[in-house]
Design a protein around this ligand. Structure first.
Ligand SMILES: Cc1cc2nc3c(=O)[nH]c(=O)nc-3n(C[C@H](O)[C@H](O)[C@H](O)COP(=O)(O)OP(=O)(O)OC[C@H]3O[C@@H](n4cnc5c(N)ncnc54)[C@H](O)[C@@H]3O)c2cc1C
Length: 284
């Protein structure tokens, strides 16, 4: 099917983009980034925006930049930018490991990191990264700039704290300590499909014991999040089968699993148990 008629605006500067978005947002105006989620939804007429604000020519939004604490990822940065490490820090390797699980190559060439965060599919790998690492999302509008912490940003299935006239201009990820360990695992039935459950973990070791554990789970609940009981099960433990199984069990019991035509809640809980354990095994 073809999309319903719409007017396309192609601003060249951020100021121009924010002004147009402020004007058209009340008439169901939407940002168009990579189009890899929005265009199929429009083609099926599940969305019929009257206006699109195409940000693909907005100067400056294609930047990936880092200082000694943070990696900033602009709104036009594609998934494929992370096929190679973008920063000399374990975070660069983590992003490269995760990127290859997102959809298929052609989709990764167009889809954007920030577009994924704005779309907020519960199974999105980048949303899981943002939630697990406590990213900050930088929303901009004609009213100014608003940093939003990940814990306040993800509100539910395809629902975020972004207002309709706000553009997600960049996402900021904290760099990892140089000795950070991490692991990622997801389960899907076919390569390239959305994950039915995914986990990202990271921690450091001090005198052989786990410190600063982070255990994130995505795809299993309405939004990705850190799982505190799983982190508590890892803290101050020696990495190995016993600690990893305890953390995986804690994660499985802590979630409020999504159920759909493919899965029961119990099955998803079991997937979470598996992906958390595998992510931890990978980290070691
Ligand atoms: C077959 C297929 C398989 C896929 N598999 C996966 C997968 O395994 N994992 C995964 O994570 N994704 C998957 N995707 C989705 C893909 O990653 C998209 O690229 C991503 O979800 C959205 O990014 P985009 O840049 O294409 O956004 P668009 O499609 O352009 O926009 C998506 C939504 O976000 C809004 N938006 C986009 N950018 C901004 C911004 N900067 N500020 C405010 N709002 C904004 C748009 O208005 C729209 O509502 C898949 C897509 C397809 C077609």
């Amino acid at each position: 099917m073809k999309p319903a008629p719409f007017t396309c605006h192609v601003p060249k500067t951020l100021d121009e983009a924010l002004k147009v978005l402020a004007k058209v947002a009340p008439q169901d105006g939407r940002v168009l980034a990579g189009g890899q989620s929005l265009v199929p939804i429009m083609a099926f007429r599940l969305a019929k925006p009257a206006h699109l604000v195409d940000i693909n020519e907005v100067a400056g939004l294609d930047r990936v930049a880092s200082d000694d604490k943070t990696l900033s990822i602009g709104a036009r940065v594609r998934h494929a930018a992370f096929h190679k490490s973008v920063v000399d820090n374990p975070l660069g390797l983590l992003l490269t490991e995760v990127a290859r699980h997102i959809a298929h190559y052609p989709i990764r060439m167009r889809g954007t990191f920030c577009g994924s965060l704005a779309h907020a599919d519960p199974a999105s790998e980048w949303c899981l990264v943002a939630a697990t690492l406590d990213a900050t999302m930088v929303a901009k509008s004609t009213r100014g700039e608003r940093p939003i912490a990940a814990k306040d940003y993800f509100e539910g299935i395809m629902s975020t704290a972004l207002a309709e006239d706000e553009l997600l201009a960049e996402a900021r990820l904290p760099l990892l300590p140089a000795d950070a360990k991490f692991g990622f695992n997801e389960f899907n039935r076919r390569a390239g499909d959305f994950a039915m459950a995914a986990s990202l973990v990271s921690y450091r070791l001090q005198a052989g014991k786990i410190i600063e554990p982070r255990v994130g789970v995505g795809g299993a609940e309405t939004a990705p999040r850190r799982i505190a009981p799983a982190e508590a099960a890892l803290n101050d433990q020696t990495p190995g089968e016993a600690a990893f199984r305890a953390a995986a069990e804690a994660a499985a019991m802590a979630i409020d699993p999504l159920e759909d035509h493919q899965t029961t809640g119990e099955y998803r809980r079991d997937l979470v148990r598996a992906v958390v354990r595998r992510a931890l095994e990978q980290s070691a």
